[in-house]
Write a protein that binds this ligand. Structure first.
Ligand code: NAD
Length: 488
């Protein structure tokens, strides 16, 4: 398809989305936030920088729209979400280009994100008409128990920069299906996708005020004021554990319900009996989707001694063969990191691992600008107390650690405050399931490098989060059970 064949190519144009905050169905003009192209370090567009008052105006708009949206028949809510899904598919190539421009990820990754993101609207369009209650006899026989599920109320949704479309749809889809209205605060690094999505939502028939979008350079005060507003009943946050902890404490003030999708430190276990090629394919997906900027990214590769050298050589060859470049350039497989600070962090972690005895097989040196690049890197024999064993690398660096026994692998995998995702490669399925049961993690992929699926419950244990997104349980985060004790 050429640019001219597309329904409206303006969705790929960064400057078109710089119209301002989206509140109550209106675009309120403003500037103040520079959106930077990570491939060049130059400014792509400027978007509005909301004040505390404008944040509360968005809450007011969501509150004003709440009763009509809650009363909208589930079938109609479903149809609107389905239409939004279709519009995302129609504009997929332009949305992917926009994501690639502001986030830096390679176009194939951006296309994958748009497809994944759109599926949350389809899935929750399907779920909107399946919200069920409960009816039973009280054990005493004295009465009946009737349980209804109400929309929880106005929701504040906060999303990170690494999946600008999918993290938003994973929250907006179930919230709207449940009958809630929302204020979305996307990350300042990647606000353009959120505004483009809001335009598509308008075109899909989402009524004014049901979805509001505000960007700000002052997330602390703006979100703090929203959480202190008694009209806000839900916070759904995806981002770092450090910010998540702070928001949980703030939400306690008004006892706001919280869903938290936080950081990860995923172990990737390869046993001697694994299919080597399958393990390498899985490793490349688990490590390199989004150039390593994913919460589920494999952060620690634990490889059994019998297969260690072959796995290390194979991974190093594949990583060295990747094409690095601007995300929108044809042939690019690995785009730039989001900011110069992200490159500095990766560089610090790699230097620390090398200083402690790790060996670089490929990569290992930050690239000079322009743009925020770090090359695909493989490190072997990384000591278990290196900083990268504890912190999220969030970049294209694979760190390999050796193990001998199953017990040792499980112990090392669990030696972290995080518990989001884990990967296990073994041809022995009973071993893989046994090891998986021993790993403290919300999600386990067995013999594959990808687990994200709108139909599955996504989320973490330990300090990786609270609650689940996606699947049949994801909508429950936006519903409040209401119990009636009934005498007939
Ligand atoms: P971040 O925590 O810095 O920011 C996330 C969002 O919170 C942004 O919108 C930011 O503006 C906002 N924010 C920052 N400070 C705030 C404050 N004081 N009050 C309110 N909001 C505030 O995270 P990031 O760097 O954008 O994203 C990367 C992190 O997100 C990684 O830790 C990654 O693992 C995590 N993540 C988790 C999941 C998941 O599903 N578990 C998915 C994607 C990313």
């Amino acid at each position: 398809m050429t640019m001219l064949d597309r329904p409206d190519p303006s969705y790929a144009d960064p400057t078109v989305h710089a119209e301002g905050l989206f509140i109550g169905g209106a675009w309120l003009p403003g500037t103040g936030i520079d959106v930077t192209d990570p491939a060049t370090g130059t400014v792509l567009a400027k978007v509005a920088d909301a004040s505390v008052e404008q944040g509360l105006q968005a809450v007011e708009a969501a509150y004003a729209a709440a009763s009509a949206w809650r009363a909208t028949p589930p079938r109609r809510r479903s149809e609107i979400l389905m239409r939004w899904f279709e519009l995302m598919k129609e504009h997929a190539e332009d949305l992917a280009t926009l994501i690639s421009l502001e986030n830096g990820k390679a176009l194939p990754d951006a296309r994958g994100e748009v497809a994944y993101a759109a599926e949350f609207f389809r899935w929750y369009g399907e779920e909107a008409v399946r919200i069920a209650g409960e009816f039973r006899h009280a054990p005493s026989g004295a009465n009946h128990i009737l349980v209804d599920h109400d929309p929880i109320g106005v929701c504040v949704l906060i999303t990170p920069w690494n999946f600008p479309a999918a993290m938003a749809t994973r929250k907006i889809g179930p919230a709207l299906a449940a009958g809630c209205t929302v204020v979305l605060k996307p990350a300042s690094e990647t606000p353009l996708t959120a505004y483009a999505m809001a335009r598509l939502g308008e075109a899909a028939g989402v009524p004014a005020g049901v979805v509001n979008v505000v960007t700000t350079t002052k997330p602390g005060p703006v979100v703090g004021a929203m959480l202190a507003d008694p009209r806000v009943r839900k916070l759904s946050f995806t981002g770092s554990t450090a910010v998540g902890r702070r928001l949980l404490a703030e939400a306690a003030g008004s006892v706001v319900s919280c869903s938290m999708e936080l950081g990860g430190n995923a172990p990737f276990l390869v046993f001697d009996d694994a299919d080597l090629e399958a393990a390498l394919d899985g490793a490349m997906t688990a490590k390199m989707r989004n150039a390593g900027e994913a919460c589920t990214a494999a952060n620690r590769f634990y490889v059994q001694s019998g297969i260690y050298d072959r796995f290390a050589q194979g991974l190093s060859a594949r990583m060295a063969a990747l094409t690095v470049g601007a995300g929108t350039e044809a042939g690019t497989e690995v785009g730039p990191m989001i900011t110069a600070a992200a490159v500095d962090k990766i560089d610090r972690l790699v230097r620390d691992a090398v200083a402690q005895g790790g060996t670089v097989l490929t990569g290992g040196q930050a690239a000079k600008g322009p743009g925020f690049y770090y090359p695909p890197t493989v490190l072997t024999d990384v000591p278990p107390d290196a900083a990268m064993a504890r912190e999220e690398i969030f970049g294209p660096v694979a760190a390999l650690y050796r193990f001998d026994t199953e017990e040792e692998a499980i112990r090392q995998a669990n030696d972290t405050e995080y518990g989001l995702a884990a990967y296990i490669f073994s041809k022995d399925l009973s071993r893989a399931l046994r090891v998986g049961r021993g790993i403290e993690s919300g999600m386990i992929a067995i013999n594959r490098g990808l687990m994200s699926d709108p139909a599955a419950p996504f989320g973490g244990t330990k300090q990786s989060g609270l609650g689940r997104e996606g699947g049949v349980t994801g909508i429950a985060e936006y519903l409040e059970p209401k119990y009636f004790a009934v005498n007939f």
